[in-house]
Design a protein around this ligand. Structure first.
Ligand code: Q5B
Length: 267
C-alpha cells in the first residue's frame, strides 16, 4: 500500500490549497462578508479562534495607538537613518524593528508575566514594587521618558477607558494601576505606559473571555504574542518614516561632531 512520508511541516492556521484561502478554517470571503476586520484576522491567525467583538476591536485600537510615536524614538530614528543611507524598505523597517526590546516597545510580554505572577501569588502591589527595587530590577510596563502624571499619555487613557468599559473582568489591569499609583508617588514619570496597559489588558483578555484555558493564556504570553501587537502596530509607522525620508530625498545622515563627546581612554 501507499506509505505516506511524514510531513516536514505542520500548519494549523491557514490553508490555501482548496478553491479558497481560509484563515483557521474560515474562508476569506466570510472574513470579508462578516467584516471580521484586522482584529478578527489577528484572532484567527494568531490565536486560532474567533474572539469576541470587543477583543478584536481592542487589537485594532492597539494597532492604531502604537502605529507611531514620532521621529525621536529609537525605532523611527533607526529607520530614518537607514533609509537615508540609501537602503531599501525592508532593511530600513527591520533596522527600526530591531530596536524593540525591554526598554523600548518590547516590554509587554515581561510586564504581562510579572503583573500576573504577582497578582496570582496575592502579592500586595507595594510589596511587588519593593521586591523589584530590592533586586535592582525595572518594573516592565512602568515609566516613560516624556509622559508623566503631569503630561498624561492619551494612548494609555484611551486603552484604559476601553478595557474598563468592555472587559468582563480586569483584575490584572487593576493590579497594574495600583502599582502605578505607588510608582508615580516616587517619580511622576513612572506611569503605567502603553506597553504596560496593553500587557495587563491582554492577561485579563486571555483569562476572562472564556475561550482560553489559563494554561493556554500563559503559554501565549510566554510565546511573545503580546509584544507582537506592538511590533505589528509600529511597523505601520516605520514604513511611514521610510517613505517620508525617500519622498523628501533626504541625504545620507551624519551625526554632528559637536553632539559627540570624544574621550580618549589615554588622557
Ligand atoms: N526608573 C521607559 O526611562 C524607560 C523604572 C524605574 C522602576 C521602572 C524606563 C523603563 C521599563 C521598561 C518599559 C517600555 C526606558 C516603555 C515604549 C514605547 C514608546 C516610547 C516613547 C513609543 C524610561 C530614571 C530613574 C532611575 C530608574 C527609575 C525608570 N523606569 N524604576 N521601574 N520601570 N521602563 N519599556 O525616563 O533612582 O534615578 O536611579 O525602562 O516599560 O517604549 O514614546 O519614547 O510608543 O514609542 O529614560 O512609548 O522607564 O529613565 O532609565 O534614566 O531612569 O527612574 O531606576 O531611578 P527614563 P531612566 P534613579 S514604552
Amino acid at each position: 500500500g501507499l506509505i505516506r512520508k511524514p510531513a516536514a511541516f505542520i500548519s494549523t492556521i491557514c490553508d490555501e490549497r482548496g478553491q479558497e484561502l481560509s484563515y483557521c478554517g474560515v474562508p476569506i470571503t466570510q472574513v470579508l462578508e462578516r467584516q471580521l476586520g484586522v482584529g478578527g484576522t489577528i484572532s484567527l491567525l494568531w490565536f486560532q479562534r474567533e474572539l469576541p467583538e470587543w477583543a478584536c476591536k481592542f487589537f485594532e485600537l492597539v494597532l492604531i495607538v502604537t502605529a507611531d510615536h514620532g521621529p525621536a524614538v529609537s525605532g523611527a530614528h533607526n529607520t530614518m537613518v537607514t533609509a537615508r543611507a540609501g537602503k531599501d524598505l525592508i532593511s530600513s523597517v527591520v533596522s527600526g524593528l530591531l530596536t524593540i526590546g525591554d526598554r523600548f516597545g518590547g516590554a509587554l510580554d515581561r510586564a504581562a508575566a510579572d503583573f500576573c505572577a504577582a497578582y496570582d501569588r496575592g502579592q500586595h502591589p507595594q510589596e511587588f514594587v519593593n521586591e523589584k527595587r530590592a533586586k535592582g530590577e525595572l518594573i516592565m510596563g512602568i515609566g516613560h521618558r516624556v509622559k508623566s502624571i503631569n503630561n498624561p499619555d492619551s494612548r494609555v487613557r484611551e486603552l484604559k477607558a476601553f478595557v474598563t468599559a468592555r472587559w468582563p473582568a480586569w483584575p490584572v489591569t487593576r493590579y497594574a494601576l495600583d502599582v502605578e499609583a505607588i510608582t508615580t508617588r516616587k517619580k511622576p514619570n513612572l506611569i503605567l505606559n502603553v506597553d504596560g496597559i496593553v500587557a495587563a489588558a491582554m492577561v485579563d483578555l486571555f483569562r476572562h473571555c472564556s475561550l482560553f484555558t489559563q494554561e493556554e493564556g500563559n503559554s501565549y504570553i510566554n510565546m511573545g504574542s503580546i509584544n507582537a501587537l506592538f511590533v505589528l502596530g509600529r511597523t505601520i509607522g516605520l514604513v511611514g518614516h521610510y517613505l517620508d525620508q525617500k519622498r523628501m530625498k533626504q541625504p545620507l545622515y551624519r551625526h554632528p561632531w559637536d553632539d559627540i563627546t570624544y574621550m580618549s581612554p589615554l588622557h
